[in-house]
Design a protein around this ligand. Structure first.
Ligand SMILES: *Cc1c(COP(=O)(O)O)cnc(C)c1O
Length: 424
């Protein structure tokens, strides 16, 4: 599409946007009494108005039924994890039996590493991206130590080429080939949290399998943001959180995926009663018999209030459809990139770290400030923009197709331009 740097043009895109009414389903924060430009859905997604109703319903059922709610509430608590499966499966491109909502992201990462990171004497290394999210780094290092190995000799962290911001797929594939006899696990973010780069899940998975390794992804910044086809791409396992693009609230229940080829595999795992064969769960007998599929990794009974918030949000994803959301997202972020490039065509003030190919990113753009980054960021904040600052010099902005508008992208551009002191 030919973009135009004007308020009228932005408003015209909003008028023609078939998803525009979804914004009304969310609470939009205010700054000094004025509706904020909220570009931080990559960090904490906004609250759907329906969330309160879903949680209230569970509170009512608990009040009225007490323990009987496990079977007699409107959404019986004993099988609550089943209500999110189909929608989650559609969002990540999997079969319902391959996905489950449970725990939180880092917990799920550890649980699946217990099963899928199984180093041997020859094959023990892990390939990942350099500068992965801190929690992932801590998880990898502690898992490595748990196996009495040394992280320095075990973790291979890939860096972009000199002078480049993001990894080239060809370099990732080459590194996997170079280490083919020694890697046990290939694990990447789906979308890199700092740069916003979307990795080529299909090619990385194929290369990992070719090398004889297990391949997993942390989809914290990818789920609900970019098209995913975990099953078709043959990914072994994946984890995500639900408070970013999935709008399920601070500390929301997270999710995970395990390919169906492992559905009856005899893998080592840390077990709990909610992963036990549900037909015999309440017999409380000795001897763990895992449920088939990813459900067998559940530990504890399902957190109903968190899960109610999750369902409220997933219902919106079902109505909007991932395909439509991605289509709008490509336009919305494309428009943001266009405006940023109009403001600073010769990159005097900033560089966009995020790849410019829409197939290599989601909605987030990471702006690397060459000078005055902190000052510009505080000017943005003062003008009612809620964005995100990452040390040393990066402003991350993520217009989210469910609730952000083209007009907001235009207005953000004006506020940013003035903060930089650029005249058009
Ligand atoms: C947000 C995020 C986390 C956060 O982990 P929690 O266990 O949900 O606190 C971990 N990893 C990545 C890549 C993230 O983006």
């Amino acid at each position: 599409m030919e973009f135009n740097h004007s308020l009228q043009f932005a408003r015209k895109l909003d008028r023609n946007d078939s998803l525009k009414s979804f914004r009304n389903q969310f609470h939009i924060p205010k700054v000094k009494g004025k509706t904020a430009i909220y570009f931080t859905g990559n960090s904490l997604g906004l609250q759907p108005k329906a969330t309160k109703k879903y949680i209230d319903e569970e509170l009512q059922d608990w009040a009225n039924l007490g323990v009987e709610g496990h079977v007699h509430s409107r959404r019986p608590w004993v099988s609550y994890q089943k209500f999110s499966k189909t929608i989650l499966a559609n969002i990540v491109g999997a079969r319902p039996a391959e996905v489950v909502a449970m725990n939180q992201l880092t917990v799920n990462l550890h649980l699946l590493l217990v099963s899928f990171y199984r180093p041997t004497k020859e094959r023990y290394k892990i390939i990942t991206e350099h500068g992965a999210f801190s929690s992932d780094q801590y998880a990898f290092e502690s898992q490595i130590r748990f196996h009495n190995l040394n992280p320095d000799d075990t973790l291979i962290e890939l860096k972009p080429r000199e002078g480049e911001f993001t990894l080239r797929t060809e370099d990732i594939l080459q590194a996997i080939r170079d280490h083919r006899d020694e890697i046990a696990l290939v694990i990447f973010g789906g979308v890199q949290y700092y740069t916003g780069q979307l990795f080529d899940i299909k090619k990385i998975t194929a290369a990992g399998h070719e090398a004889g390794a297990i391949v997993g992804f942390d989809l914290a910044h990818a789920v609900g943001n970019v098209p995913l086809n975990l099953h078709r791409d043959d990914v072994d396992f994946a984890v995500w959180c639900s408070y970013k693009y999935l709008n399920s609230g601070p500390g929301a229940i997270a999710g995970c995926y395990v390919h169906e080829r492992f559905s009856q595999a005899d893998l080592p795992r840390f077990a709990g009663w909610w992963g036990h064969n549900e037909k015999e769960r309440f017999l409380m007998r000795k001897g763990f018999k895992p449920m088939k599929g990813v459900d067998g990794w559940q530990l504890s009974n399902h957190p109903i209030l968190l899960s109610a918030a999750h369902l409220a949000s997933l219902e919106i994803f079902k109505q909007a459809g991932m395909k439509n959301l991605v289509e709008k997202s490509v336009q919305l972020t494309g428009y943001l990139e266009f405006i940023l490039n109009q403001i600073d065509p010769s990159h005097k003030y900033f560089n966009i770290l995020t790849p410019s190919n829409p197939k290599e990113r989601g909605c987030q753009l990471s702006i690397f400030m060459k000078k005055n980054g902190k000052k510009v960021f505080s000017d943005l904040t003062r003008a009612g923009v809620i964005a995100d600052w990452r040390e040393p010099n990066v402003i991350r902005v993520a217009p989210v197709p469910l609730y952000n508008t083209f007009e907001e992208v235009y207005l953000f551009g004006e506020i940013f331009r003035k903060a930089l002191g650029v005249k058009l």
